[in-house]
Design a protein around this ligand. Structure first.
Ligand code: NAD
Length: 404
């Protein structure tokens, strides 16, 4: 009997979790996993690479380490288009791939919302390379300062104070002394600023926790300004409008980092799949509404949370659960059984503010902050490494400095 062909596009959190479940539980399957990189990366940790807190290899591991030969064929290549009707996937430099079931988990890209100059003059942080590029750019500015004495070389402007912007600001604030040494200045000379259009920050947290975050960052010399809507980015300058007074304010900075939000992979739009910001509204079983053999997960998917009446956010924790549910639903379908609905019970949400500080809310609503919250964040990170990469990757790449 011919084996069932399952294609998995993307080796992020959702794709790898689905792979692991299928490899251990599915019978008579032939899996093809496609990713443009040879490695999986922990997308939640890009800010640490951009801040220079860790090297890229700390947040990556080889996909080959989790691929079971004989069941799964891994192709390192770029997916360009999905044809749901023809049941094929176009892949750069390869013959199109056919499938019986497909898991689309192609991840996100940074979104500029068409703001003038953002692509040209601001640095995105949407993969390991671009995160490394942020750090290299800033270090080059600091080194240049030694001779040029250009004041803007010491300034960083982070555009967008969502999770990514705030976590990056926290990590950079912690490294001020290191940056200062490179430029030959004192830590107070390094200016770190993050601005956001919204009147208040981190709406998923109670306001007292968001206030705590701003105060802690201020203590470390990192400023956060709300109600500053960015209209334009020029070479070395962010132009924003004070949303309350309508005044136009310029923020000069040698390093401008773009963290105003994300969209799903452009493969969705290129494939003519109906979506909003490349996120496809999937069924409760995570299927494409137009093709029940295609599952769409992670940052390219939007799944309704019946409780809030809004789609779930795009987080690593949710992507992992999606990977599990989709794999189990494929196995059920292969056995002629009904699949299960996706449900997510949050065990907690944490926003780091550096290595030893964070804010968080546990699943039961308990608020946490400081060391306890940062330790919790590391436990969550280690759990996700264990779930996708297994014990080996967790021991090699995990964070075990929980209490200092
Ligand atoms: P986001 O959408 O959460 O935040 C973007 C921020 O940019 C918002 O606060 C928004 O008001 C602001 N913004 C947008 N346009 C602007 C403009 N023109 N001028 C000024 N500000 C502007 O995006 P993100 O932080 O990149 O996060 C993306 C996703 O990843 C989210 O779903 C987030 O929850 C998730 N994430 C989670 C974690 C975690 O759980 N620790 C960490 C990182 C990211």
């Amino acid at each position: 009997m011919a084996k069932t062909k399952i294609g998995i596009l993307g080796a992020g959190y959702a794709g790898l979790l689905a792979l692991k479940v299928l490899q251990s539980k599915a019978k008579d399957v032939e899996i093809t996993l496609i990713d443009r990189n040879s490695y999986h990366n922990e997308a939640t940790d890009y800010h640490e690479v951009a801040a220079g807190s860790v090297n890229a290899d700390k947040i990556t591991y080889q996909i080959a380490d989790v691929v079971k030969p004989g069941i799964t064929n891994f192709i390192q290549a770029t997916v360009t288009k999905i044809d749901k009707e023809a049941k094929t996937v176009e892949i750069e430099g390869h013959e199109p791939m056919t499938f019986d079931y497909l898991i689309v988990a192609l991840g996100f890209r940074s979104e500029t919302f068409g703001i003038k100059g953002a692509t040209e003059f601001a640095l995105p942080m949407d993969d390991v390379e671009s995160s490394e590029a942020v750090y290299k750019h800033f270090i080059a500015k600091l080194e240049d300062y030694r001779t040029s004495k250009k004041p803007d070389n010491l300034k960083v402007l982070i555009a967008g104070a969502g999770f990514t912007g705030m976590e990056l600001l926290g990590a950079m604030a912690e490294n001020k002394a290191k940056y200062a040494k490179i430029a030959g200045v004192t830590p107070d000379d390094i200016e770190l600023t993050c601005i956001d259009a919204a009147p208040s920050l981190l709406p998923m947290f109670p306001s007292d926790l968001a206030d705590y975050a701003v105060k802690r960052l201020a203590k470390r010399g990192a400023k956060v300004y709300t109600s500053r809507g960015i209209n334009e980015v020029k070479d070395g300058v962010v132009v924003a409008q004070n949303m309350e007074t309508k005044e136009i304010i310029e923020f000069p900075a040698g390093t401008i980092i773009w963290t105003t939000g994300v969209s799903g992979s452009d493969v969705i739009a290129n494939s003519g799949i109906e979506a909003r910001r490349n996120r496809v509204m999937v069924t409760s079983q995570l299927k494409d509404p137009e093709n029940d053999k295609v599952y769409i997960l992670g940052d390219v998917a939007a799944v309704m949370d019946a409780e809030s009446g809004r789609p779930y956010p795009t987080t690593a924790q949710i992507a992992l659960v999606m990977g599990h549910v989709a794999a189990m639903n494929i196995i059920a379908d292969m056995n002629g059984q009904e699949g299960e609905d996706f449900k997510y019970v949050s065990q907690g949400t944490v926003c780091s503010l550096g290595n030893t500080d964070a804010i968080g809310v546990l699943g039961n609503g308990t608020k946490v902050k400081g060391y306890v919250a940062s330790a919790l964040k590391k436990i969550i990170m280690n759990k996700s490494l264990w779930e996708t990469g297994g014990v080996k990757e967790m021991l090699a790449k995990g964070r075990f400095d929980l209490y200092h």
